[in-house]
Write a protein that binds this ligand. Structure first.
Ligand code: GLU
Length: 419
């Protein structure tokens, strides 16, 4: 893991890499590399002991040419202005890759939520939602969960917004609990699109996923669901898993559902009885497996580590897990990397379905959600590989950006510049 690579510079480098393959004017392209606006705010929050603590929080609205800004809210001590800007840009190109009618946004609070009580986190979330209120709404900007946030935080944001606006507007935020207007299948959606991308990737490359060995780095919502579905629905052999406490390994395969239970019970994967060996994060990333799924945070794999990756196929569940240098190394080494803006787009795609259901006040079944998600991801996969084959794009990431940039640039161009 390297802290030296600025994710916003990585995003801009990814756009520059694709620029040579798209017929987009330099002026439009420049607009597509910077956020339209970034809110930075200081939140004053009362602690349980009566003291007041200050928190820095952001919301970046990167581009709204294809629809309302859309993207999650992250609670993490490493949240920074540039990280939020990068993540908001990745949302723009993710929504364009899977062709859902959204722009991109992202928010974050600099906080380690493990250090605060539920009541303190509720006051923090409501203070943030109060600052966001003029910027968000079902037709403006629609937050969602990201690292360390989930249904609970989304329900608080929805309630704060609706109370202040004196209305009901469940489509203001997605990733809510089903009883508060959330969609069936939303919790699983990110991991499900990682599984679908892995399935399509193996088929496209003529490899059998049922014979494959798999390592998954990160065991949050995306990683744990992806590992379970790759195991259960594709029949692959998940041999290594990790979380922030370390990695576990069993060459005969790990029981992912049992590992999840162990994590829920003890708070860590470490000590799981189904593992024959415990080792470090780097050992997992460099293991000789068929499929590697980085599902933790950005910059997990830098250029030096990329030289030692032994997997043939990488499917990115996290946002931005490879540095640009790592991308170059893996391209040179012929490792097939299927990018975040396709592979983890299931989250925002089912957020889109949630928003559609909220607008219609009509709930879909989980089966319908999963079928529509499969259609969106497989179509986007086919478009990506077609672009890869019909342009000189050197890898699948650049091919994804080529399609996405074309779509966003067309909308930006058609909108023109106001005033
Ligand atoms: N935070 C997720 C992502 O990075 C989901 C965003 C959303 O549902 O709007 O894609």
């Amino acid at each position: 893991m390297t802290g030296e690579v600025n994710p916003f510079e990585s995003l801009q480098a990814q756009i520059d890499d694709a620029a040579g393959y798209v017929d987009v004017g330099a002026d439009v392209l420049e607009r597509l590399k910077r956020p339209e606006r970034v809110l930075e705010t200081t939140l004053s929050v009362e602690m349980d002991d009566g003291s007041i603590e200050l928190f820095t929080a952001y919301r970046s609205q990167f581009n709204g040419d294809r629809g309302p800004y859309k993207g999650g809210i992250r609670y993490h001590p490493n949240v920074s202005r540039d990280e939020v800007k990068a993540l908001s840009g990745w949302m723009v190109y993710k929504c364009a890759t899977v062709d859902i009618p959204y722009g991109g946004g992202k928010g974050g609070i600099v906080v380690d939520p493990r250090e605060y009580s539920a009541a303190e986190l509720e006051r923090l979330t409501r203070a943030y939602a109060t600052e966001l209120r003029p910027l968000i709404g079902p037709d403006r900007d629609i937050p969602a969960p990201d690292v360390n946030t989930g249904q609970r935080e989304m329900n608080w944001i929805k309630d704060t917004y609706e109370t202040l606006e004196n209305t009901t507007a469940p489509g203001t935020v997605t990733g809510k609990a089903p009883s508060s207007g959330g969609s069936a299948g939303r919790v699983e959606a990110t991991g499900r699109s990682v599984m679908l991308t892995a399935r399509e990737a193996f088929e496209y490359l003529g490899k059998d996923i049922a014979d494959a060995t798999v390592a998954v780095q990160g065991f949050g919502n995306a990683g744990s669901v992806a590992a379970r579905l790759i195991d259960e629905e594709l029949g692959a052999n998940v041999v290594a898993l990790s979380d922030s406490g370390g990695a576990i390994h069993n060459p005969d395969g790990l029981d992912v559902a049992a590992a999840k239970e162990h994590k829920v019970d003890t708070g860590t994967l470490s000590g799981f009885s189904g593992a024959v060996e415990e080792f470090g994060n780097e050992d997992l990333l460099t293991m000789d497996v068929d499929l590697l799924v980085p599902a933790a945070l950005e910059n997990a794999i830098d250029g030096e580590l990329a030289e030692r990756i032994s997997a043939d196929i990488v499917v990115e569940a996290a946002n931005g897990p490879l540095t640009p240098r790592a991308d170059d190394v893996l391209t040179d080494r012929d490792v097939a990397v299927f990018p975040d803006i396709l592979a983890n787009a299931g989250g925002v795609t089912v957020s889109y379905f949630e928003w559609v259901q909220n607008r219609q006040r009509f709930a879909w079944t989980e089966q319908r959600v999963n079928e529509e998600l499969e259609r969106v991801i497989t179509n986007a996969f086919d478009t990506l590989t077609e672009t890869y084959e019909t342009t000189d794009a050197p890898n699948y990431r650049t091919a994804a950006y080529v399609t996405a940039i074309r779509r966003v640039a067309r909308a930006a161009d058609e909108a023109g510049v106001f005033p």
